[in-house]
Design a protein around this ligand. Structure first.
Ligand code: ARG
Length: 442
């Protein structure tokens, strides 16, 4: 029974939150005349002693006492005696655990938001340095049109900024205090739930005691925001793995975030990127795990809910680590401007520019221009050359009205510079976006 029942092995991570919650509760009980000021003072002092034992590593946890709540209260009893027994007036472990866990998860929202800020600023630095650096843009991992390194980095800034805003939304929604909901029905003691809510930094007490003790939406929302964020990290990590390969050579990752091989001396493996790519597996697993625990639970508290913590702890640890590793890797990595430009020009990446030119210069309908360009691409392909390598005569053999001017749009630099539509890849556009984001995250 003890082996399946005890949660102390993991919920000891909420020791500080448990003590903060108890201090707020005890102070309120005294304020309301439910316990004496003397008892409240003894409880306060005692709890601080317990906290210092926990932080100093001298606290002895007992599995027989089941969880962090009982461990703290039992030690408090040893230290201060009888007043310790008055602390649990007007509350239950059901509202206590919900409160502690909310405080813990709230800190994780804050940590994720600052982790994302650091990553976004590393990306902005990369984007700024490479705002005009051309690289191939892909669809289906086939060369599509030239873009800029800055534009590509800024795409991730958008994603991670959405992650931040998802975390901030969820944090605002969860910030209601369950404390004082007691076991499920509220309490007959004249407690002041507004006071404890305020003392613990909550916006208000939760309005329904049944909901307060059975709600784990905040944990699910954290896991879901974490899963989406981890998905973004994983996609970026995948690109870094591809880009750092000898076949691409788009980017050089620093030695700090790579490893060598024990047998192949030439190897430099992107291990940090691979592990970031993998972390999403655990985080998604935690989300599905907790959704599955919660589905079908009747109101209010059931012991199933004790299974919430390990999922969230593991996901939070994985996310913070992945964010920190990605931030370091982004800050250190060096794009290879030369390989990027050569790759940008390959694969007929300016075919769309050619088609657009036929529309603009010759007034051709786009569908016809697409057809003419297709024939020119085919010709270049047959000759094993790129579009700018075809002569004017070659071009005119496909369509007689093409003029020398067409060569002006076939270069990759011209191609990116022309994409000036809002949100487009033109360096001028990208620089504007960088400036806007720098303002926003200041
Ligand atoms: N260890 C429990 C948990 O993590 C604390 C709440 C227990 N409540 C109860 N009525 N047994 O959920």
């Amino acid at each position: 029974m003890e082996a399946i029942n005890a949660s102390i092995g993991f919920d000891k991570r909420m020791a500080r939150q448990d003590i903060d919650g108890s201090r707020a509760h005890a102070a309120m009980l005294a304020q309301q005349g439910i316990i004496t000021n003397k008892d409240a003072e003894a409880i306060r002092e005692g709890l601080l002693t317990v906290l210092s034992e926990i932080e100093g590593g001298t606290f002895e946890y007992s599995a027989a006492l089941e969880d962090i709540h009982m461990n703290v209260e039992s030690r408090l009893k040893e230290i201060i005696g009888e007043p310790a027994g008055r602390l649990h007036t007007g509350r239950s472990r059901n509202d206590q655990v919900a409160t502690d866990f909310k405080l813990w998860v709230r800190d994780q929202f804050d940590a994720a938001i600052s982790g994302l800020d650091a990553l976004i600023s590393a990306l902005l630095d990369q984007a700024e340095a490479g705002a005009g650096m051309v690289m191939p843009g892909f669809t289906h991992l086939q060369v599509a049109q030239p873009v800029t390194w800055g534009h590509h980095m800024m795409a991730y800034v958008e994603m991670f900024a959405r992650d931040k805003s998802r975390m901030a939304d969820a944090r605002a929604r969860m910030n209601e205090s369950p404390l004082g909901a007691a076991a499920l029905a509220g309490t007959s003691f004249p407690i002041d739930r507004h006071a404890t809510a305020q003392a613990l930094g909550f916006d208000r007490p939760s309005a329904n005691s049944l909901d307060a003790v059975s709600d784990r939406d905040f944990a699910l929302e954290f896991l879901s925001a974490a899963s989406i964020c981890a998905t973004h990290l994983s996609r970026f990590a995948e690109e870094l793995v591809i880009w750092s390969s000898a076949q691409f050579r788009f980017v050089v990752l620093s030695d700090r975030f790579s490893t060598g091989s024990s047998i192949m001396p030439q190897k430099k493996n992107p291990d940090a990127a691979e592990l970031i790519r993998a972390k999403v597996g655990r985080i998604n697993g935690s989300l599905i795990g907790l959704l599955t625990v919660m589905k079908g639970l009747p109101l209010a508290y059931s012991k199933d809910m004790q299974e919430d913590k390990e999922q969230v702890f593991d996901a939070a640890d994985s996310l913070m680590l992945a964010l920190a590793a990605m931030t370091g890797m982004v800050a250190d990595m060096r794009p290879n401007a030369e390989s990027l430009e050569v790759a940008a020009a390959s694969g007929f990446s300016t075919a769309t520019d050619l088609a657009d030119w036929l529309v603009r210069a010759l007034g051709m309908p786009f569908r016809d221009a697409h057809h003419v360009t297709g024939a020119l691409v085919k010709m270049a392909e047959d000759r094993g050359c790129d579009l700018p390598d075809l002569s004017l005569e070659d071009m005119q053999s496909v369509h007689g009205e093409i003029t020398q001017d067409v060569f002006g749009v076939l270069g990759v630099q011209n191609s990116v510079a022309s994409r000036v539509s809002y949100g487009g890849t033109a360096p001028a556009q990208v620089r504007e976006q960088i400036a806007t984001w720098r303002e926003r995250i200041k």
